[in-house]
Design a binder for this molecule. Structure first.
Ligand code: GLN
Length: 199
């Protein structure tokens, strides 16, 4: 089985560790550059992207992670993790950094105050069975994708209908929502399949 790191600076690290373990991956928390060398892939959890950005700089992980991503390391980000994977962050803090990787513009807190948090069924390309029960918490959406980016899922109903909430570019995957919070392991299974295929 592949070894999947979970970036353990801030956010729902434990939930991702559990989900990845449940789909059969070896999992290691990553807090230091040396720990990054020991993993085949990385998950960037949900949480607060401005905090993750700041801590990634402090722990000297920003450049090493950018480099690994550039070298093709499979990486998946949920919510704040999606923001960290975006080449452009809209409504970010001025000093906010990202690992980039996915050619897309992501808007932070895009769904607005009225619907701070909500749940909705989302059909995900590559996942069969019932629609994924997606949990959104102060979530971003994707406003622009580059040519190399495949849209995997969109919101279907309400004022945000049509908004992109799941994408893939090469070995990189991101969702606006939090599959780690629902017990539905299909997104994590999809990612670990991608990691195995990339090995
Ligand atoms: N709003 C948060 C951010 O900008 C993301 C929220 C989340 O990860 N649940 O990073």
């Amino acid at each position: 089985s592949p070894t999947v790191g979970v970036l353990a600076l801030q956010g729902d690290v434990r939930e991702h560790v559990r989900a990845l373990t449940d789909v059969g991956a070896f999992v290691r928390p990553v807090r230091r550059p040396a720990e990054l060398d020991d993993v085949d892939a990385l998950v960037i959890p949900g949480g607060e992207s401005t905090t993750i950005s700041k801590l990634a700089e402090t722990f000297e992980l920003l450049e090493p992670i950018r480099k690994r991503i550039g070298d093709g390391m499979p990486t998946y980000g949920s919510c704040a993790g999606m923001i960290m994977l975006a080449s452009e962050v809209l409504d970010g803090r001025p000093d906010q950094q990202s690992f980039a990787g996915i050619d897309m513009s992501v808007r932070r807190n895009a769904f607005g105050r009225q619907i701070d948090s909500f749940e909705a069924p989302v059909e995900i390309d590559g996942i069969s069975g019932p629609a994924f029960h997606a949990v959104f918490i102060r979530a971003p959406w994707v406003e622009r994708v580059g040519e190399g980016v495949r849209v995997l899922g969109r919101v279907t109903d309400g004022t945000a209908a049509g908004r992109i909430v799941a994408v893939r570019q090469g070995n990189l995957m991101a969702t606006s929502f939090h599959p780690e919070l629902t017990g539905d392991l299909r997104v994590h299974a999809l990612f670990v399949d991608l990691v195995r295929a990339a090995a």
